[in-house]
Design a protein around this ligand. Structure first.
Ligand code: ADP
Ligand code: MG
Length: 147
């Protein structure tokens, strides 16, 4: 599948960069004429993934997060949020609704569920002690049917 455009950003795992990342991801999609709903879904999903990297992967002690985006010829936006934090020991468990390792901080455990409901596809790769990559896809436009 041909890539029409791509970008890659690296930023510190600080709370103020959560809004930076979600706005950057949405801004990347704007030239492809997404609906407001699609833009809002992208912002919400990126916000959840970046917040997880800040609060879980790096436990609020800082680190580096990368956000990359690729817009494919078929109209699908592919996003990747990566950290080199603590990693996730049990990914299926972590992705279950209401599962959280920080109940004392009143986290809902719904971050992954939100990503899954707002995006078309969510895949997580993680290794304990090495870090985590969250890959998400969202259709932003309908590819023209070629005869
Ligand atoms: N990037 C990450 N690095 C390490 N652990 C993570 C990461 N993202 C999620 N997790 C783990 O998965 C759990 C579920 O995440 P989520 O569904 O967003 O709920 P919440 O953030 O409310 O705990 C977290 O509590 C945490 O243990
Ligand atoms: Mg979360």
């Amino acid at each position: 599948m041909r890539t029409l455009n791509h970008m890659r950003l690296e930023f510190d795992a600080r709370p103020e960069n959560e809004s930076f990342a979600r706005i950057a991801a949405a801004a990347f999609a704007v030239p492809f004429n997404p609906t407001m709903d699609v833009l809002s879904d992208i912002r919400t999903a990126v916000s959840e993934a970046v917040t997880n990297a800040i609060v879980h992967a790096y436990r609020e002690r800082g680190g580096v997060i990368t956000l990359s985006a690729a817009l494919l010829e078929n109209g699908v936006l592919r996003l990747e949020i990566s950290d080199q934090g603590c990693g996730i020991p049990d990914i299926p468990q972590a992705m279950q609704p209401f599962f959280t390792t920080q109940p004392e901080k009143e986290r809902s455990g719904m971050g992954f569920s939100v990503m899954q409901s707002f995006m078309d596809d969510v895949q997580v790769e993680s290794e304990v002690g090495k870090g985590t990559t969250v890959r998400m896809e969202k259709r932003v436009f309908e590819a023209e049917v070629k005869n």
